[in-house]
Design a protein around this ligand. Structure first.
Ligand code: ASP
Length: 462
């Protein structure tokens, strides 16, 4: 299934051709006006409209936008839309130069270095600003990344594989399976480490999915992303990637981890355990944090410092490959005055298990209790996590929690809600059709990859 979404060479050529489309997004009389003046995307133009004069670069537009506007990039870098009326005049000042990406030659690698494969799936780390829309789009594959960051060739002998080229909001369960299979192939080939470049938005979910699909791997599997694309001066792509490759090449552990900036500056990259990590900030470079646990290692000034014990060692022979997932799992965030009817509607539509993200120690309003009791009687799993992120659920403290326990809710201790959802998909997928509720409960409560019962380390908090 995942092969359907893998980008073929032909599709890539088509995308490149789209970059060359003229007057992309302009239609009707605005397009005629631009054509009459022999203006193209990227040209410097002047617009006089409503007595005001604007100068800037003509940008492409989204096809579905209002056709009566011209999009201009101003010298300060901002884009504005200018409405074209009967009295608007447009003239060309100079012809724009189309920026092109030319891949530098691949650096020479030294033969006695560890073997690392970089598998690219898309995201900002593999993107550049798209000339057509002024937006960022995935456009660099793992080969390009290697050519752009020649330092990598001093750390490892690198092989590259382009698996997907998508934003991570488009990642689905079949992509997780495709990634797990690609990584498993690399493990079986005997590589020393795997780096997976990925969009940051759903990297936490993928890290959890891979932690369950590839248990106790014999090598490090390092997911890496970037909050800013590599053509921006503030990009974190290079530093994150170097740390990811160094970790894959040298780390003494066989774990699924995420490599991202520890804080705003470039000097420290944190390695977070795949079942403990969340994206907590929309744009900051240190968006990723470990929750109820600390990062397991830091990469600083070319050195990897492991700060947590009891990790699965590199070379461990307990590796288990279980890449099955069932999407009939649902994550629900409770909010004040939310009615429980939705649970029955979803169950009737085939949902086999729910993760409820409750309030505080793990609560929902009392009108949910009979509905939940009905679900668990039907053999549907209902697990509880907390909206608090930090800490663990404890449903024995208040009567509302005890009522839920009696109704069959399973408290999921300190498991992150997103991780619990992924684990439920994995549990349903692996137990298969007709699994007993008891089996689902047992597997959900068993610690598979450090996702539950982490017992916070000192100094771990908000
Ligand atoms: N939306 C992008 C993605 O997740 C953002 C990123 O890569 O950082 O693919």
């Amino acid at each position: 299934m995942h092969k359907l979404i893998k980008m073929s060479c032909k599709q890539k050529r088509e995308l490149d051709k789209m970059d060359m489309l003229e007057l992309q997004g302009y239609s009707g009389r605005v397009r005629e006006l631009l054509e009459r003046e022999n203006i193209n995307i990227g040209d410097e133009i002047e617009i006089i409209s409503n007595g005001r004069r604007y100068r800037g670069i003509l940008m492409a537009r989204y096809e579905l936008a209002d056709p009566n506007y011209i999009t201009l990039k101003l010298p300060n870098g901002y884009n504005i839309g200018i409405r074209v009326t009967e009295n608007t005049t447009v003239s060309k000042i100079s012809v724009g130069v189309r920026p092109t990406f030319v891949r530098p030659p691949k650096p020479q690698t030294l033969s006695d270095l560890p073997n690392v494969v970089i598998i690219s799936t898309g995201g900002t780390i593999a993107s550049r600003v798209e000339y057509r829309t002024g937006a960022v789009r995935p456009a660099l594959d793992a080969e390009d990344l290697l050519a752009i960051v020649p330092e990598l060739a001093e750390i490892a002998k690198i092989d590259t594989e382009v698996l997907y080229n998508v934003w991570s909001e488009n990642i689905q369960v079949q992509h997780w399976i495709g990634m797990a299979e690609a990584i498993d192939r690399s493990i079986r080939k005997g590589v020393d480490g795997v780096v997976l470049t990925h969009g940051t938005d759903t990297m936490g979910y993928t890290a959890a999915a891979l932690s369950f699909a590839l248990q106790k791997p014999p090598i490090p599997i390092v997911l890496v992303g970037a909050q800013r694309s590599s053509d921006r001066p503030s990009s974190d792509a290079t530093t994150n990637l170097i740390a990811a490759v160094a970790t894959a090449a040298k780390a003494p552990f066989g774990e699924v981890v995420v490599a991202m900036h520890k804080w705003h500056s470039d000097d420290v990259i944190a390695l977070h355990k795949g079942t403990r990590v969340v994206k907590l900030h929309t744009s900051s470079r240190d968006a990723f944090r470990s929750v109820n646990s600390r990062p397991i290692a830091y990469y600083q000034h070319g050195e990897l410092k492991v700060v947590v014990n009891n990790l699965n060692p590199r070379g461990s022979n307990e590796y288990v490959f279980k890449p099955k997932f069932d999407t009939r799992a649902f994550l629900i965030k409770f909010f004040p005055s939310m009615k429980p009817d939705i649970l029955n509607i979803l169950a009737d539509a085939g949902i086999k298990g729910f993760i409820i993200e409750g309030t505080g120690l793990g609560h929902v309003s009392s009108d949910w209790v009979p509905v939940i009791r009905g679900l668990t009687k039907r053999g549907i799993f209902v697990g509880m996590t907390s909206q608090c992120k930090f800490g663990k659920v404890n449903m024995n403290v208040y009567d509302s929690g005890r009522d839920l326990l009696k109704a069959g809710v399973i408290p999921l201790d300190d498991m992150l809600s997103e991780v619990a959802l992924v684990k439920l998909m994995w549990t349903l997928g692996n137990l298969g059709e007709g699994a007993e509720l008891e089996e689902i409960k047992n597997l959900m409560l068993k610690n598979i990859a450090g996702e539950i019962y982490s017992r916070s380390l000192p100094n771990v908090g908000l």
